[in-house]
Design a protein around this ligand. Structure first.
Ligand code: ARG
Length: 274
């Protein structure tokens, strides 16, 4: 294992937190990921000289209600993001620590210097770019609509006047609120709760990313996806604005993992080709 050189002066940067945003709230738990298949061969690792929130660790903020990107398998957080992050940490000679929190708290946590990066099937958007920096994109997302099998909602236009369930502050929330009005949108902290509300008839439809939508439709009887999709998106990892040292180190590692096919192999493991 290579030694991590914490740069003292960079630690000072962490004290300057940019926290103008809303306070992080409620549930927050920590799951430590041990990359079981960690390659101990030093030649595959770069010398990491990045400063992180906790020395020797790469702390990732996520919301683990979002299969197949991040979800619980027993006490462990698993999924596409968890596996890619473990590979990135390994390349940087750091131990991955995953902090589970509300999706709405991830950017705040990163900006307050509590987490090094946010990775949560997070869509790159103009608005978010005002608050955080992003890595290159590592996956595509698509917003889709879930309805009950016997629903009279056949197209996106039919959503007018219906109750739409979304996860708070996701792009699904932002689009639905813009297009159909705040009064027609019900926000939930967990992606899984949007689907629960749909099965219980508390909302008429859910707007959410396609890969989790497919998992939820499979797990719950009587649900289906509308054929038409709502918006195409790019997923990336976010960092505190101006934390270019870490952003570059993670981005370089990510690009190596994209180029050598590791990222695609992880995605294919969780999302079998159609
Ligand atoms: N892609 C959407 C967004 O960025 C939803 C992401 C939700 N992720 C999660 N882990 N719950 O807004």
């Amino acid at each position: 294992m290579k030694k991590i050189f914490a740069l003292l002066c960079a630690a000072c940067m962490l004290t300057a937190s940019l926290s103008a945003c809303s306070q992080a709230s409620s549930e927050s738990s920590t799951a430590s990921n041990t990359a079981s298949d960690t390659n101990k061969d030093d030649s595959t690792q770069e010398t990491a000289s990045v400063t992180t929130v906790t020395e020797g660790k790469l702390t990732m903020a996520t919301n683990a209600t979002f299969p197949p990107y991040e979800y619980y398998d027993g006490n462990d957080i698993v999924g596409i993001d968890a596996e890619i992050a473990a590979k990135i940490a390994e390349k940087l000679g750091l131990e991955l620590e995953i902090q589970d929190m509300e999706f709405n708290s991830i950017i705040t946590s990163v900006n307050q210097g509590k987490a090094d990066m946010g990775m949560a099937g997070m869509t790159v958007s103009e608005d978010r770019l005002k608050n955080v920096d992003f890595s290159d994109s590592y996956a595509k997302g698509v917003q889709v609509v879930i309805v009950k099998e016997d629903s009279d909602i056949k197209s996106i236009d039919d959503l007018t006047g219906k109750k739409i369930g979304v996860q708070l502050n996701t792009t699904g929330d932002i689009y639905a609120t813009d297009d159909f009005g705040k009064d027609n949108v019900q926000q939930f902290n967990k992606a899984t709760d949007t689907v629960l509300a749909l099965t219980q008839g508390k909302v008429d439809a859910v707007i959410i990313d396609k890969a989790p939508a497919e998992v939820f439709v499979q797990q719950n009887e009587g649900l289906k996806l509308l054929d038409s999709s709502y918006a195409d998106e790019d997923y990336a990892i976010c960092f505190k604005k101006g934390n270019t040292e870490l952003q570059k180190a993670v981005n370089d590692a990510l690009n190596e993992l994209i180029e050598d096919g590791t990222v695609q192999a992880i995605i294919d493991k969780y999302i079998p080709a159609e």
